[in-house]
Design a protein around this ligand. Structure first.
Ligand code: HEM
Length: 443
């Protein structure tokens, strides 16, 4: 077997698996030293880092039938159940078909009003000169929006419980993901009573909402109604359990990611006042003080470029993993079955071969007339993954991020509080380690 090169000996557990270790640094060092495909065994488990767009396309698209999600997703499964993010095979295919209609373009456009309305509501609580943690504010806002669009419910009363439970889940997740890589499938992943309590608490809220909705028979236009009415070719819908798992998945997948895009965008705009000014000018020309609608988005070109560039430098999902079912090839290399393939947006998005001056925040590189944007290979930029398992919420997320950014930037200038160091925490998603302090000035 022509295995790719890679380090001999075992890397430290915390280098590879723990967010507080330096997984990103280790991955970067490996690809620098050994090239775009790096093979290593980690306590016997074959692993492969892949850092070349065509090979990423090969794993996610061309050879996707030979891959399932990597073992670390097992840890997520115990929280999310068997929802879209974590399920496999025929079960996943059926669920994807059932859930897909909830994400059709027209359907999500109907949520624009909720998004803008909730943002305006948040802005009424902001005062001129106030200091706040913008990450916390974005998390709260996107949580409220996902709850409203999912089940037409204001989670304000339960939001405290829900966010606390989510925090516990997320905090515990990476540790568990580490174990999940190493343990054989039949060995249960260790858990804690705190985690179980948090899961139970969320379950209670979600089952409560599903039962109430079934009992009342009232169908509003929310995502839950669409999923409740969805049927497969045989006319069979989802069970309560399946609905619960999909709702939980959308709840979790659908808010922290978008909150992070916005948080990092505020950091970048704060550091680049000229870009913030250009954004403000675009908003003023296109909207003239009006509330943005989905119809405005095609003309908010710079807004879109800013968001894309923020997702390049700070991809909310910073790594994707797959496990090979059978031996496979990547170019000249042959790799064994059971290999866990890791592909990192965070590393590839900063590769100078594809992004000249990669650390610079330069939204113009996404300008359609800029030669750099045309020259980009597919999968050099993949914030939403790709292939059959591509993010189902990409359209929802991009619309939400643009509407929220436009609404906030129209009314407030967001300046960074000087003297703080902002560090990335690559957990399940890429978030700032200790929030980002800003001072907001009304316009
Ligand atoms: C900027 C925000 C977002 C980013 C960067 C993002 C990124 C991703 C990525 C990279 C994947 C693929 C994971 C893999 O291949 O292993 C994914 C899958 C998924 N995302 Fe998103 N996501 C975002 C927002 C959302 C939103 C708003 C929702 C729902 C409301 C959502 C729901 C999902 C679901 C259900 C999947 C699993 C799809 C499947 O396997 O069929 N995401 N997301």
């Amino acid at each position: 077997m022509n295995l790719p090169p890679g380090p001999k000996g075992y890397p430290l557990l915390r280098n590879v698996l723990e967010p507080r270790g330096d997984a990103v640094g280790y991955f970067t060092k490996c690809v620098r030293e050994y090239g775009d495909v790096v093979f290593l065994r980690f306590l016997g488990v074959p692993m492969c880092f892949v850092n070349r767009p065509e090979y990423i396309e090969s794993v996610l698209v061309t050879q996707s039938a030979n891959f399932e999600k990597s073992k670390d997703y097992r840890a997520l499964r115990r929280v999310l159940g068997n929802g879209l993010l974590t399920s496999e095979g025929e079960f996943w295919r059926r669920q994807r078909k059932l859930v897909q209609p909830a994400f059709h373009q027209q359907r999500i456009a109907a949520y624009a009003e909720v998004m803008v309305e909730f943002t305006r509501r948040m802005l009424t609580t902001w005062t001129d000169g106030q200091e706040l943690d913008v990450h916390e504010a974005m998390m709260r806002l996107t949580l409220d929006i996902v709850a409203k669009t999912l089940f037409d419910t204001d989670v304000s009363q339960e939001a405290g419980d829900v966010t606390a439970a989510l925090d516990v889940l997320m905090g515990k997740f990476m540790r568990q993901a580490g174990f999940a890589f190493l343990l054989p499938k039949f060995v249960p992943i260790p858990t804690t009573s705190r985690l179980q309590r948090a899961v139970k608490q969320l379950d209670k809220v979600i089952y409560g909402i599903i039962r109430q909705r079934r009992a009342s028979g009232q169908m509003s236009g929310d995502l839950l109604s669409v999923m409740l009415q969805a049927q497969d070719d045989e006319g069979i819908g989802m069970t309560d359990r399946q609905l619960h798992d999909e709702v939980m998945t959308l709840f979790l997948a659908g808010h922290e990611t978008t909150a992070n895009v916005l948080t990092w965008t505020w950091l970048l705009l704060g550091r680049h006042p000229e870009a913030a000014e250009k954004l403000r000018r675009e908003l003023s020309v296109v909207l003239g003080g009006r509330t943005p609608t989905p119809g405005d988005l095609p003309r908010l070109v710079y807004t879109d470029m800013v968001l894309r560039e923020a997702m390049r430098l700070y991809p909310p999902v910073w790594i994707i993993g797959r496990r090979a079912l059978a031996p496979f090839r990547l170019g000249e290399y042959e790799l064994p079955a059971d290999t866990n393939v890791l592909m990192s947006q965070l590393i590839l998005h900063k590769d100078a071969r594809f992004f000249p001056d990669p650390d610079a925040f330069d939204p113009e590189r996404w300008n359609a007339s800029d030669p750099r944007s045309g020259a980009l290979p597919r999968f050099a930029y993949f914030p939403f993954g790709g292939g059959p398992r591509v993010c189902i919420g990409a359209g929802f997320a991009m619309m939400e991020a643009a509407l929220l950014l436009a609404t906030i930037a129209q009314h407030f200038q967001v300046d960074l509080v000087p003297g703080q160091t902002v560090e990335m925490l690559p957990s399940v998603t890429l978030r700032p380690k200790s929030g980002i302090r800003v001072k907001v000035k009304s316009r």
